[in-house]
Design a protein around this ligand. Structure first.
Ligand code: NAD
Ligand code: MG
Ligand code: MG
Length: 338
């Protein structure tokens, strides 16, 4: 494995952020975690939010200084945009761009807006990325526990000659350097992130769970058993894969499960699924997915909202809700999960 592009805390110099202000725009999943971790790392942080934002009180209660988006963007020497990807271009035009001066570092946690040309930063401004490979609540929780979530970093524009060191210092400040900070490009981060969430983590996994659940329920089995077998136990298997890889997971399961895995898995994810994955990747690379998603947002998200409602109406949600009520620790652990 290549390691010359992997960095950790020993390679990062947090003092590069001394005397600088970091503006975090947005206080959602990533925003709250970045702002709080940087503050606890001794960095001077301000948070930019809409005047009517419900997060304002939360951020202030956590001891953070909250400003309007435009004010924060102009105050920050480093400005991290942690707004929803589909909204970034509009907010950039209306509230952020005026506040970005030559020598500032504009940061993103995902390559989407830059890679697909939604935002075109002016020359003279540095542009970088710090993308944690985990949701915000984990970025915060791991930091508090003394560990960190691995991050990808990238430099898109480096006019000052300082961008690499500053991006690395930021990644270290949110805890990424306690694990690994891997340098990549906006293109590769963006395209692999979209592919992962569409084909495997979110799209693939959700449909796999539903298809398995529906197969059992349609065959007359108890929906509660179907829920446990097809959804609940997925976490146990995912945890084993996370800790030990696929072969390590296979070592821990029964021989019966392992034989069934190796002889049946390829029938579920066969040539048709692999061809679909290739097509999905092509649509990401061609920019078709990005255009579709932006257009959906501009049109008012009618399809997006309808699909969310359909998802909520699925029987597995009701069964799952009732069963999870019998496992109160689940709500405790994941109550702030987005
Ligand atoms: P989010 O939806 O959780 O939070 C967005 C924040 O922006 C909220 O505070 C919201 O109130 C605010 N906001 C929305 N519209 C706004 C507007 N018009 N003006 C001002 N503020 C506005 O988003 P997130 O999941 O934290 O994603 C932020 C970025 O981080 C995205 O680029 C995303 O791709 C990236 N990212 C997310 C994750 C994740 O797991 N959530 C992981 C890695 C990277
Ligand atoms: Mg993503
Ligand atoms: Mg079993």
């Amino acid at each position: 494995m290549r390691t010359d592009d992997i960095f950790s805390d020993k390679d990062a110099d947090l003092s590069k952020l001394d005397g600088k202000t970091v503006a975090i725009l947005g206080y959602g999943s990533q925003g709250h975690a970045h702002a709080l971790n940087l503050k606890d790392s001794g960095v001077d942080v301000v948070v930019g939010l809409r005047p009517d934002s419900s997060s304002r009180a939360k951020a202030e209660a956590a001891g953070l200084e909250v400003l309007d988006v435009a004010e924060a963007a102009s105050r920050g020497d480093l400005v991290m945009i942690l707004l929803p990807d589909e909204k970034q271009a509009e907010v950039w035009r209306e509230e952020i761009s005026d506040g970005i001066a030559p020598g500032n570092l504009l940061l993103f946690a995902h390559g989407f807006a830059i890679h697909f040309g939604e935002i075109e930063p002016p020359p003279g401004v540095d542009v970088g990325m710090v993308a944690p490979k985990g949701p915000g609540h984990l970025v915060r929780r791991q930091y508090e526990e003394g560990s960190g979530v691995p991050c990808l970093m990238a430099v898109h524009q480096d006019d000052s000659g300082q961008a690499h060191d500053l991006v690395l210092a930021y990644a270290s400040g949110i805890g990424g350097g306690r694990a690994a900070i891997i340098e990549t490009t906006f293109k590769d981060e963006c395209e692999t992130d979209l592919f992962g969430e569409q084909a495997v983590l979110c799209g693939g996994a959700s449909e796999l769970v539903r298809a398995g659940y529906e197969t059992l329920v349609e065959a007359g089995y108890d929906p509660r058993l179907a829920y446990f077998e097809c959804l609940h136990e997925l976490k146990l298997i995912a945890d084993l894969m996370y800790e030990k890889g696929i072969q390590g997971m296979r070592y821990s399961i029964s021989n019966t499960a392992e034989y069934g895995d190796m002889t049946r898995g390829k029938r579920v994810i066969g040539e048709e699924s692999r061809a679909a994955m290739k097509q999905i990747l092509k649509e990401i690379q061609d920019g078709d997915f990005a255009r579709e998603f932006i257009a959906e947002n501009r049109a008012g998200n009618e399809n997006f909202d309808r699909m969310r409602k359909e998802g909520e109406g699925h029987q597995i949600e009701e069964i799952g809700h009732d069963l999870r009520d019998m496992m109160p620790w689940i709500d405790q652990t994941f109550k702030d999960t987005k």
